[in-house]
Design a binder for this molecule. Structure first.
Ligand SMILES: Nc1ncnc2c1ncn2[C@@H]1O[C@H](COP(=O)(O)OP(=O)(O)OP(=O)(O)O)[C@@H](O)[C@H]1O
Ligand SMILES: [Mg+2]
Length: 247
């Protein structure tokens, strides 16, 4: 199976005065093509740090990250940035959309910034908006949308360049139960129907039931790695695992 992103012996230290704190302590992780991985763990356990290292937004103190087989630390600019952008789309808790632009303008922006022509991509973008339940909403202004719609727009924007891997940092954290469920169903559909890989950080045990694999991060280490035969860890099992790890 193709590995889209690989972390090898990943450490990240932060300096606090003359004290060094290890946020991540030797993380090894492969995310395969078409795999849906969920990461859970207490606040401060290093989940966002892990996503930042995988996407090259932050650099590891030791170890390395490979995207599509190329080690990020061995690729020079501007290829490094191109590799990161081509491979990874980001989705955040607070959407990070431009409120006074329309849905299609927000989604097409990354392509426009890269010098591509959003019009030429129109067909693909409109297919993507359809998958995300946003057909007919192209010309709505972002500030007119519901939170769930905004998050779906940010997913569309993250995938506008055809990226194979979505990194999602608490994408349901700011949504109602219902809107969060819709977002999770869409993420699962992107995996099932489009072959996307998803690496999702969440505090919500319900979200973990959509994953193929659930990692429990405690104090910067993978304390438990639950690989599932098919989709569908039971929510009770998530609760039990969290409790057994004192999360
Ligand atoms: N730039 C920084 N300088 C110093 N310490 C940092 C920095 N960034 C993160 N940390 C520390 O690293 C630890 C892990 O942070 P991280 O944001 O990865 O946690 P998290 O698991 O995502 O938490 P949450 O669930 O609250 O989002 C925390 O103790 C945090 O204070
Ligand atoms: Mg975080």
């Amino acid at each position: 199976m193709t590995v889209i992103a690989r972390a090898t012996g990943l450490y990240r230290f932060h300096e606090h005065g003359d004290r060094k704190e290890a946020v991540l302590r030797g993380i090894d992780l492969d995310v395969h093509a078409g795999e849906f991985v969920c990461v859970m763990g207490p606040s401060g356990s290093g989940k966002s740090t892990l996503l930042h290292l995988l996407s090259g937004l932050d650099k590891p103190s030791a170890g390395h990250v490979s995207l599509e087989g190329a080690r990020l630390d061995q690729v020079v600019e501007p290829e490094r940035t191109l590799l990161r952008r081509r491979t990874i789309g980001h989705v955040f808790q607070f959407f990070h959309l431009l409120p006074n632009l329309t849905v299609i303008e927000n989604v097409g922006l990354p392509i426009a910034i890269e010098g591509g022509h959003p019009e030429e991509q129109a067909e693909r973008l409109s297919g993507l908006l359809g998958t995300l339940g946003l057909a007919g909403r192209e010309d709505a202004l972002v500030h007119e949308l519901s939170g769930g719609e905004m998050q779906r727009v940010s997913i569309a924007r993250a995938l506008a360049g055809g990226q194979p891997l979505l990194l999602c940092d608490e994408p349901t954290g700011n949504l109602s139960q219902k809107a969060g469920l819709e977002v999770m169903q869409i993420l699962r559909r992107l995996r099932d129907e489009e072959g996307k890989s998803v690496l999702l950080v969440t505090h919500n045990p319900r979200d973990a039931t959509f994953a193929d694999r659930v990692l429990f991060l405690v104090d910067g280490e993978i304390a438990k790695d639950v690989q599932l035969e098919g989709p569908g860890i039971e929510v009770e099992q998530v609760h039990e695992t969290l409790a057994s790890l004192s999360i």
